[in-house]
Ligand binder design. Structure first.
Ligand SMILES: [Zn+2]
Length: 103
């Protein structure tokens, strides 16, 4: 399982989803699901949400920033997305927001 904030939920279309890749019978299927629609066993492994501390959420976001360089090719889009993540980190560090709420 990987998390991919650039993906859309396959169920409701909300952005900020968990990317679930399963291999069954040699066939690889990928699904993107938001935190609400992710299966409970995946939700428990998520790097954000009520079961995580704010520091863990910030660490996850910082890892996402390095992933953005690989995932988004358009420099303008990448800069915009990074700025959004940085803002979210600042909000979490200030105790004003939790990552689970943004999803
Ligand atoms: Zn959903």
């Amino acid at each position: 399982m990987t998390t991919d904030p650039t993906g859309m939920c396959n169920v409701c279309g909300k952005p900020g989803s968990v990317h679930v890749t399963e291999i069954r019978g040699g066939v690889k299927t990928s699904r993107s699901l938001c935190i609400e629609h992710a299966p409970p066993e995946f939700r428990a492994k998520l790097p954000f949400g009520p079961h995580r501390t704010p520091a863990e959420e910030v660490a996850f976001l910082r890892s996402q920033i390095s992933a953005i360089d690989r995932q988004i090719e358009d420099p303008a889009q990448r800069a915009e997305f990074k700025a959004e993540v940085e803002e979210l980190i600042a909000e979490i560090e200030a105790g004003r927001r939790r990552l689970g709420e943004a999803y």
